[in-house]
Design a protein. Structure first.
Length: 284
């Protein structure tokens, strides 16, 4: 088979490079893993979001490595089935260390896609183990965006925390409501408990339940003592700044809860919110 003339091969290479560069400028990857910390035997829910705040991008795939420290992950638990694992482990399922590949196809301009996964921490995973999930967006065989998130295993943590947003695909300049659900799952009273929610960059606090106040870009609450088995929730309504581009991703620092039982106790929760645009493949 005759080769293409050199000039055509050079042009093709330039088009390939320009397409990859455009995709790299437009795509972002954001990951949230909750809860943190998890206990051995508990499930971790991971959301991997690919946002596109530029022109449409074709041929997008998402690659992620199955974390160490978990029991075997079955591909069927994902809302978007991976095309396969590398099968470096001993089973026909996805083992720790295997690479999962998710075919996302075309991402329209100013849109996003989220892949939802569930892992179970292996019963024998010791406290202090860091479970890390790396992911990368690939276009035209080139990695154009990547991210990593992690949680740390604790076998007797007292405090728990989860954060929920009232919407995904929030409009630029709109309000966004966060609900923080917390509790003491230990056997001792946790004293001096504080709760903190970092806001997206440029956001301002509209209102907060429970006496929450804003300072330094975060909303904070003084919860006092939490008895064993006690739980509660607080809400914060924030005003997002204008000028946010649809398809971009908001991922402020993790919300945290801290206090003292016999020893210091803490937990945290990630949040990822997409600005405007359509969102595909999100499991709820």
């Amino acid at each position: 088979m005759a080769k293409l003339p050199l000039v055509f091969r050079v042009i093709a290479a330039c088009v390939f490079a320009l397409a990859s560069a455009a995709a790299q400028a437009a795509l972002t990857v954001a990951i949230e893993m909750n809860p943190d910390p998890p206990r051995p035997g508990e499930s971790i829910r991971a959301l991997m979001t690919v946002g596109n705040d530029g022109a449409a991008v074709a041929g997008v795939t998402l690659r992620a490595t199955v974390p160490n420290g978990i029991s075997t992950f079955l591909a069927s638990s994902s809302n978007i089935a991976p095309t396969g694992c590398n099968l470096t482990g001993p089973t026909s399922a996805c083992d720790p260390g295997d690479t999962m590949t998710f075919t996302l196809g075309s991402l329209a301009a100013n849109s996003s896609t989220t892949v939802s996964l569930a892992f179970v921490v292996a019963a024998a995973t010791p406290a202090g183990t860091v479970i890390t999930l790396p992911a990368e967006a690939v276009v035209n065989l080139a990695v154009v965006a990547s991210s990593t998130d992690s949680v740390t295993v604790d076998d007797d943590n007292a405090l728990s925390l989860a954060v929920h947003e009232d919407t995904n695909g929030v409009a630029s300049g709109a309000t966004l409501t966060y609900t923080l659900v917390y509790g003491n799952r230990g056997i001792d009273v946790v004293t001096g408990t504080t709760l903190a929610l970092p806001m997206p960059a440029g956001a301002t606090l509209v209102s907060a339940t429970g006496g929450g106040t804003a300072a330094g870009g975060a909303v904070s609450w003084s919860l006092g003592a939490l008895a064993p088995g006690a739980s509660g929730r607080q809400q914060a309504v924030v005003q997002l700044p204008g000028g946010l581009v649809a398809g971009s991703v908001l991922q402020p620092a993790a919300a945290t809860i801290d206090g003292t039982a016999i020893l210091p106790e803490s937990a945290q929760a990630d949040t990822v919110t997409v600005v405007g645009g359509g969102q595909l493949g999100l499991a709820v």
